[in-house]
Every structure is written in C-alpha cells, then in structure tokens.
Design a protein. Structure first.
Length: 318
C-alpha cells in the first residue's frame, strides 16, 4: 500500500510539473423571497399561488486552461447548478460544451455559444435579477431580440483600434445535441457587436439574423455615459419578425458608499397591438466575505398583468 501511494504521488508530480495547466474551482449560492401577484412555484407542473415564494440554489464552477509554448491559451469551463433565481424543478450540469483559443488579442470560441446581439444590445433597462420575474405580475409588449439566441457555432472576438468587435455564426440554432452540429442544418444565425469608447462615453452597436423555420432580424444601439458619479445608459432595439417589435430603455447605476450599489431601469416596448412599460430597481450591499444582501422591485404596466413584484435575498460567493 505504501509503495502504491508513493508511485501515485510520483506520477501526479510528474504530470503537473510538465503541464502548464490551471484548474480553478469556485462556488456560489443564493436565497430569496419573492412576492407580487400569483407567484410561480415551478416549471413543468407550475401553479400560481397568492403566497410568498421562497427560492434557493447554488453552483460549483470549474474553469480549466492551459498555455502552449507559443503563447496560445486554450480554455473551457463547466459546473453543477441549481438555479437560484428562477423557479425550477431540475438540477443541471452546465458548460463543457465550448472551447476557447486565445492569442495576441484574438479569441475564438467553438461549440455551444450565445449569438452576439441576439438578445438585443439596445435593451438596457433590465437591472434586477430574474427573481422578480417570478412574482406573477407580467408585461407582454417588451420582446425585442431574435427568438433563438443560442446554438452550436463559433464566436471570434478582437479589438480594432479602441473598439471591441465580436462576430458569431450558428451552424445550427436548434441542434439535437449540445456538443455537435452538422453544417447543412438549415437553421443558421449570425450576429456582430461593436463597442467603441469615446472619452466618458461608450457606444455599442449590434445586429443579428437567424434563418430557418422563421427569418428574424434585430438591430440595436446603446450609449453609456459617466454622469453625476454614476453611469447613465440609453438604448433602442428594433426586431423584424412575424410581429415586429421595438423598445426604448434607460438605466442609471452608481454607488451609495463603498459597499452599496444601486441601479434603476425603465423600458417602454411594443409588439403589434401589445404595449408595456417596465420599471426595475435594485439595491445591493456587500457584507464582506463574499456575502451580499439585496432588495429589488419590478413594476409592470400596460399589456399583461399590471402590478409590482418585490424580491429580497442574499447571495454567497465561495
């Protein structure tokens, strides 16, 4: 037994002394209470109740990377999760479905990706967590962005002068599996974002298109500006789809002190005959040691079920 342990120790030392690899492990957890109208307490067998919703969850994340002799970094990540800010009835294994290659300011990611600009770069008013989405009061007119924003493909990111540019292409926006796709799927997507700093201001432009069962195109822009000790953001998004949609939004964020941050967001959107406004507020205070507490609200008006959802909770980083 002693000889076996010595041999295992020697093999481990040999492997890690020759490989330029880095593996990190981190963890997180959260707990919250949500109230509003008829809160939603599940997914597949969800039912609406008039009580207060309690949610909790957590995750363990693994990040792995290595660097070649030529200076190229290869990385991937994964984890074990129980969603802490959405009602769910499942546990999941996440990640490990994409690999990134980075060198000389250029990064290429291949695998399961999010389509750049697919969700709408012009939507800046959503400043609260997903907890408040479970409060029961809803809006139905703010739906810009293409319907399929994730799939199998690649993204390429780099800088051009002072601008950051990301381009993405989906070989299949609805792959049968998470780790593969074939090039003749007929369900494609492409998207690009450009972020340009201009002094105290940053301008972000985005465009995305998906084809297949339905052809959809979205385009948007946002501007962020340092103002009054905080950051003011303005955005606009327009989506060409079966029923066209558009939204205008604004947000302001800042710090009350070294440990307390706040954010206020407003969105006005419409799709066909549906129109809604949504206001969100978030206040978060760090207690040190990776522990934070937060309070937030979401007020919905117009199409949907008008009312205010409220959430309070705490998060932990390990």
């Amino acid at each position: 037994m002693k000889k076996l342990l010595i041999m295992i120790s020697a093999m481990t030392a040999a492997v890690f002394s020759t490989a330029k690899a880095d593996v990190t492990v981190s963890g997180s957890a959260g707990l919250a209470m949500v109230s509003g109208g008829n809160v939603l307490d599940g997914t597949g067998n969800s039912r609406s109740t008039s009580g207060t919703l309690f949610e909790q969850g957590g995750a363990v994340s693994f990040a792995m990377s290595t660097t070649t002799a030529g200076g190229m970094t290869v990385s991937t990540s994964g984890g074990i999760t129980m969603d802490s800010n959405d009602a769910t009835d499942t546990k999941a294994v996440s990640g490990l479905a994409a690999i990134s290659f980075a060198a000389d300011g250029f990064t290429l990611t291949v695998g399961d990706i999010d389509l750049p600009a697919g969700g709408g770069v012009g939507e800046v008013g959503a400043v609260a967590t997903a907890h408040v989405d479970n409060g029961g009061y809803t809006q139905t007119g703010i739906v810009t962005g293409v319907s399929d924003t994730e799939g199998y493909g690649f993204t390429a990111s780099t800088t051009v002068g002072s601008a950051s540019v990301t381009f993405g292409y989906l070989l299949d926006k609805r792959p049968e599996g998470k780790n593969n796709a074939e090039s003749a799927s007929g369900h494609y997507g492409s998207g690009v974002t450009v972020a340009m700093p201009m002094g105290d201001m940053t301008v972000t432009l985005g465009y995305a298109n998906v084809t297949g069962t339905a052809d959809e195109t979205t385009a948007g822009a946002s501007v962020s500006y340092a103002l009054g000790g905080g950051t003011l953001s303005l955005g606009y998004e327009s989506t060409d789809e079966a029923t066209d949609s558009s939204s205008m939004s604004a947000a302001y964020s800042g710090s009350l002190d070294a440990d307390t941050t706040y954010a206020v967001g407003y969105t006005d959107g419409e799709q066909g005959s549906l129109a809604s406004t949504q206001t969100e507020v978030n206040i978060t205070r760090s207690l040190g040691g990776g522990v934070s507490v937060f309070g937030e609200l979401q007020s919905n008006d117009g199409s949907g079920t008008s009312g205010t959802n409220i959430a309070v909770g705490t998060t932990f980083a390990f």
